[in-house]
Design a binder for this molecule. Structure first.
Ligand SMILES: Cc1cc2nc3c(=O)[nH]c(=O)nc-3n(C[C@H](O)[C@H](O)[C@H](O)COP(=O)(O)O)c2cc1C
Length: 172
């Protein structure tokens, strides 16, 4: 199998967030995608090793922020490479709570989606959360949505071993 064929799949850059008992948590993912139109459903693949995974299981809903190309590394960095076990990722980051009581990021965002988990499908290392969209809005912005390709090629961002698309460099 030529694993590089998988690199031609397209993705975006998203922050998925929850709040449980007053604690706001979340992480960066590239794997949010629309599953159905009627009703509107999205899927997201989350590594079991991420704290956000257990927080989503506990809460049963997610706030998704679609990030723009100008998104600041001071936000993407902690969300993508640090764990909420060690840092408060929301300190100093403008956000508001959605209809399910989950955080939506208000800076460098192009749209925001609130959803409820309908199914959690076990994928060994990850869980595929199938979610019903409860609410969605565009954020006033001239920014384009950031693609994973833009993040890698233009912003020189790296992947994470917890991304479902991660490839061990020694196996490339
Ligand atoms: C570009 C990029 C894409 C990522 N995509 C995913 C993903 O789709 N699913 C996932 O579970 N983690 C993904 N991650 C990894 C998490 O963002 C990372 O492990 C984070 O530190 C988890 O934080 P937490 O422990 O607070 O949940 C990605 C990271 C980066 C940098």
């Amino acid at each position: 199998m030529d694993i590089s064929a998988m690199f031609k799949l397209s993705y975006g850059i998203y922050l998925i967030c929850t709040e449980n008992e007053g604690k706001r948590r979340g992480c960066l993912v590239n794997t949010v995608f629309q599953l159905t139109a009627e009703p509107v459903r999205i899927g997201v693949s989350v590594a079991k090793g991420n704290m956000t995974h257990d927080e989503i299981v506990k809460k049963g809903s997610i706030g998704v922020t679609v990030m723009g190309e100008s998104a600041d590394y001071h936000i993407l960095g902690p969300f993508g490479y640090r764990s909420s076990r060690d840092v408060d990722k929301f300190e100093g980051v403008p956000h508001h709570m959605d209809i399910n009581g989950n955080p939506l990021i208000d800076v460098n965002a192009v749209s925001q989606i609130s959803c409820t988990v309908e199914k959690a499908i076990d994928m060994d290392t990850h869980t595929l959360f199938v979610c019903r969209v409860d609410d969605a809005q565009n954020v006033e912005s001239t920014d384009e949505p950031m693609t994973y390709k833009f993040y890698r090629d233009v912003r020189k961002g790296h992947s994470s071993k917890y991304a479902p698309t991660y490839v061990d460099p020694s196996k490339k």
